[in-house]
Design a protein around this ligand. Structure first.
Ligand SMILES: Cc1ncc(C[n+]2csc(CCOP(=O)(O)OP(=O)(O)O)c2C)c(N)n1
Length: 614
């Protein structure tokens, strides 16, 4: 049977067909749909983990126990999971362990463009890379088998276009794969230094076997056409090469680590000129050059962003693209918070107060853009809280190094003092630009925010933390997290209370506030940023996508009162517009959150009365 599937759906299907029973991971574009689709199959267990390190570790546990297990994450998730990753390469897996990394060239939805092929080489873990949905499914099967055969974790690397493009996939039945018996073996699985030293030799022996495997791996294939030019390529770049340079011969590599050096040499010997076409880093190119084969690649191609067929024509053939130019003169449309979004009010206030805001990744990352410009930094998940502590130690309330005595005397805030929290100097009276708040969402709090709170408490910090709690991972498409009260199957699960968690970590000042109560939030911001001990403000409100019932009657502008000051525009609400010179609210968009009525200085905005029933 044939079915049209995205690359992500095909991976889930492949895992199911080859008898995988276990999947764990953390959401992140472009990988999220893989675990969501896998969880739908009968006979499998899947769970969302609080972060990727946890996801990989539970999958390692499942593989050690003898299952075929999969850990799924986006490229930056592998950074979070890197600690267990490097060591499970030493131990091996017993059962099968396939790690899906979904990379995002062109940063469609990411904070960087890192190329995770480097992780394969760094950790000596084989890597497979599909070029379409069918191959995604086929390579998952190969990956599970390879993992068991060589007792190694196996990477499967996707990129955004392969994840989200649809292609025809031939479906197969599910194979029953018996669980491998678990036998205790501390020499192999408990990596104390003496055991790990021995396992490093085992890893190097495995590496030699995998190099030989790559030479005959069916997915690595030469397609001879022109004898003039040959292109070594893989993944989505293969599709671009076939479209842009159809007359060139290709060596399509599906096992990108370790590389089939003999096969490459063989291919190179059959063509006059050899190119490598790949996105981002010259990964294949450097490996091939290191073996002494002359090859060209990044002299022509950018290291930044995705490739396209037209870019290849332009850069390799020096031919102009036949593509239509983009329509000119269209207005730019910046991404915005949804109407009714819980994040709007707090960032409106933070923008007004001009605080230093160490931000984080989630829907609220949009606050870094106009009209708010209310986020000073966004580095990675969890950094919203930890960076606030670093800022605080330097610019505001505790251990300010500029007050240090030039004679070398220790300041009261330094590490050797044992005084109570209240010994830190108060911020009252400081200019607002020196007040710092750290911001995370609920999913991010459980991903990597807890340790940041512990750090601040433990190190006598005084930071003010905002936890924006919509009880869902909204940014990636509304996956449940530990604050939600639902599991991956959307059935009830224990809900972990953020307030209780913060109190348990030693924060005494924890407040909950309604995200649509501007005066209430403003008061808390003023008070808590002036308090010389850590405090947490949990800003609560629903995500409009998960709580459709939160919609209230629309708000209207009374034109007789409106002075067109445009103060309400600073909310950045897509429902507020100018029509025929009048400020109006688009009823179809308005969610009835009421923030605009709270900010209007002339009280010109009020809620429409629901129509009386006849
Ligand atoms: C290490 C890592 N994993 C996953 C992601 C993808 N990602 C970005 S933000 C986010 C969580 C957003 O949820 P939350 O903090 O609750 O904020 P919301 O979007 O709901 O406002 C995720 C999973 C990422 N950027 N980095």
């Amino acid at each position: 049977m044939l079915e049209l599937m995205s690359g992500n759906e095909a991976i889930a299907r492949g895992a199911w067909e080859c008898g995988a029973t276990f999947g764990a991971g953390y959401p992140g574009t472009p990988s999220t749909e893989i675990l969501e689709a896998f969880a739908q199959y009968k006979g499998v267990y899947a769970e969302w983990s609080p972060n990727e390190k946890v996801g990989l570790e539970v999958a390692i546990g499942a593989a050690f126990a003898g299952a075929r297990a999969m850990a799924v994450m986006k490229h930056v998730g592998v950074n979070v999971a890197a600690d267990p990753l490097f060591t499970v390469s030493y131990t091996g897996t017993n059962g099968a362990l396939v790690i899906i990394t979904a990379d995002d060239p062109s940063l469609h939805s990411s904070q960087n463009e890192q190329d995770n092929r480097n992780y394969a080489k760094f950790a000596k873990i084989p890597m497979l890379e599909p070029a379409d949905s069918q191959e995604a499914k086929d390579l998952v099967l190969s990956a599970f088998e390879m993992s068991e055969r060589y007792d190694t974790p196996v990477f499967l690397r996707m990129t955004t276009r392969i994840c989200h493009s649809m292609g025809v996939v031939a479906l197969g039945p599910r194979r029953a794969v018996p669980r491998r018996p678990y036998v205790k073996n501390a020499n192999k699985n408990a990596m104390v230094p003496s055991h790990a030293y021995e396992r490093h030799f085992a890893l190097e022996r495995r590496q030699t076997l995998l190099e030989a495997e790559s030479e005959t791996f069916a997915g690595n294939r030469i397609e001879m056409r022109s004898l003039q030019v040959g292109v070594v390529t893989s993944g989505i770049s293969y599709q671009n090469v076939r479209e842009a340079l159809p007359e060139f011969s290709t060596l399509k590599i599906a096992m990108t680590y370790p590389l089939p050096h003999q096969l490459i040499r063989n291919f190179a010997s059959q063509v006059n000129k050899l190119y490598v076409v790949e996105e981002n880093r010259p990964f294949l190119e450097e490996e091939i050059l290191a073996t002494g084969i002359a090859v060209e690649g990044k002299q022509q191609l950018l290291r930044v962003g995705e490739l396209s067929a037209s870019a290849l024509r332009r850069r390799i053939l020096h031919r102009d693209s036949a593509q239509q130019p983009a329509v000119e003169g269209l207005p730019k449309r910046a991404p915005q918070f949804c109407p009714g979004c819980l994040h709007r009010g707090i960032f409106f206030l933070l923008a007004k107060r001009k605080y230093i805001v160490t931000g984080d990744i989630g829907c609220y990352g949009l606050a870094a853009l106009p009209p708010y410009n209310a986020m000073d930094s966004l580095i990675c998940m969890g950094a919203g809280l930890t960076m606030a502590h670093g800022f605080d130690k330097v610019v505001t309330r505790s251990g300010n190094p500029t007050t240090e005595d030039t004679e070398g005397n220790k300041s009261p805030g330094s590490a050797t003092t044992t005084g109570p929290l209240s010994s830190a100097s108060s911020v009252v009276g400081k200019p607002p630009a020196e007040r710092v708040v750290g911001v995370v969402g609920d999913s991010t709090f459980f991903h990597s925010g807890l340790t940041g709170v512990a750090n601040t408490v433990f190190n006598r910090g005084v930071s003010t933390f905002l936890i924006l709690d919509n009880r869902i991972t909204a940014m990636t498409g509304h996956q449940p997290d530990p604050a939600t009260g639902l599991a991956i199957d959307r059935k009830p699960a224990p809900r972990i209370d953020i307030e209780a968690a913060c109190r348990a970590l030693g924060v005494r000042r924890v407040f909950r506030v309604n995200a649509f109560d501007l005066p209430g939030m403003d008061k808390l911001l003023e008070a808590e940023t002036a308090t010389a001990e850590p405090s947490v403000i949990i800003v609560e409100g629903p995500c409009i996508f998960t709580d459709r019932d939160s919609r209230q009657p629309t708000f209207l502008v009374d034109q007789a009162r409106c002075v067109k000051c445009r103060g309400c525009f600073r909310l950045g609400c897509p429902a507020i517009t100018i029509e025929d010179g009048e400020v109006r609210i688009i009823a179809d968009l308005c969610w009835g959150c009421g923030l605009c009525a709270q900010v209007c200085p002339k009280k010109a905005i009020s809620q429409a009365q629901p129509e009386a029933k006849p």
